[in-house]
Design a protein around this ligand. Sequence first.
Ligand code: NAD
Length: 402
Amino acid sequence: MYHCVQELDLNESTYEYLKEPFRFIEVSFPLKTDSGEVKFLKGYRSQHNNALGPYKGGIRFHPEVTVEETKALSMWMTLKCALVGVPFGGGKGGVVCDPRSMSMREKERVSREYIRSMGNFLGPQIDIPAPDVYTDAQVMAWMADEYSNIKQQPAFGVVTGKPLPVGGCIGREEATSRGCVYAVKEAANILNIPLDGARVVIQGAGNVGIHAARLLDYAGAKIIAISDSRGGVINQEGLDVNQVYHHKKKTGALKGFEGGDAVEAWEIFDLDCEIMIPAAMEKQITEKNAGSIKAKIIAEGANGPTTPEADKILKDRGVLVIPDILANAGGVTVSYFEWVQNNYGFQWNQGKVNQQLEQKITDAFRMAYDFIQNRTEIDMRTGAYMYAIRRLAEAMEYRGWL
Ligand code: NAD
C-alpha cells in the first residue's frame, strides 16, 4: 500500500490513515451451550476507515478468526468500497467459534450475544455488518432483531444480507458470485476466451463458490471441479451443478457426491482449465502451487486467497488475476442497494438489482484495467488498489484530514 501511495504521489499521511484500523473492539461473551455448560467466546470488530461513509463489512464465525486477520479484512473492505464507488468505509468482524459443531440455538445465542456486546459501536449510519464465512441470512436476521430490541424500534438497516421479509434485498444471497461472474466475463473478453465451454475450477462450495458455479454453468461454462474443506469432486465432462448444490445442501458436504471422482481438496489446483475461482479462505494460492496452476484467469471470490509471492509467479506466467477487492465486490455492492432500500422503505426488483450491479462491477473492472495499461510493471491488483487509494485520498483531502 505504501508503494501505491508513493506511486500516486500522494501526501504520505494517506498511508498513515490506511495502515491501521481507526478502532478495534475486542469482547468476550458467554455462550450457554445446549448441554448447560457456559463457554466464553472472543468477538472482534475492526473499524478501519470511514472517510467515505459508515464502516461496512462481514462477520465471520470460524475457529481460526484472529485479530490480525480481522484487521486485514477490514482494510480490504475500505479499498473495495472505494473501488466500486459505494459510500461506505471498511469494517470486519468475527467470532472465534466452530459453527459446524454448534446447534441452530447455539448459533442464535452467539449472534445475539455478539450484538449485545458490540451494539453501541454499530448502527445504520455507524457500522453495518453483513454475512461472511459460516454466517448467513438467518444469522443477520437474529442480529437485526437483537439490535432492534436494544433500540426498542425496528432498525433492520443495521445489517445487510438479511432474509427478504425482514428488509433483505432480492439477489443478495448470490450477489458476490454474480459480481464475480460479471468480472470474469470482462476478463474473458479481454483474453478472447469464450465463456461457452470454458473449463472452471472452484475452491469452496459455500455461498460464493456454489453460486459462482451455478451462474457460470448457466452462462455455458463447464464446472469441472469444486471442493470444500473436506475434499473435492472432479468431472472432466462437467459436473451437474444443480445436483452438487442439492447434495451439499442436504448433507452439508460434497463428500459422497456420486456425479464425479472424489479427490483431496488441494488436488483441484493443478487441473487444466481456463478459469479458477478460489472462494474459500485466505492464503490458498502460494509459491508452492502457483507454478502449477493452468488457469488463464483467476477470479478471487475469497478475500486474500493469493499470497504476494504467488502473485509474482502468476504475473510472470501471464495469468490475469482479478483481485478480491473487485472480484468479490458484488456482495458489498448489493448490500449497499439493500441499505438504500431500508433507508427508503422500498424494494427493488431483481432486474434493477442485477442491472445496477453489472454496471458497478464492469465500471470498476474497466477503471482498474485502464490503470494498468502502458504500465507493464504493475498487475491488476495494484491497479485496483491505486484507483481505490486515489479516491480515498480525495475524500480525506476534502474532509480536511490531509
Ligand atoms: P461460506 O462459509 O458460505 O463457505 C466457505 C466454503 O469454503 C465452505 O464450503 C467450506 O467448506 C470451504 N472451505 C473452507 N476451507 C477450505 C479449504 N481449505 N479447501 C476447500 N474449501 C474450503 O463462506 P462464503 O460466504 O462463501 O465466503 C467465502 C470467501 O468469500 C471468504 O473469503 C469470504 O470472506 C469471501 N467473501 C464472501 C462474501 C459473501 O457475500 N458471502 C462477500 C465477499 C467475500
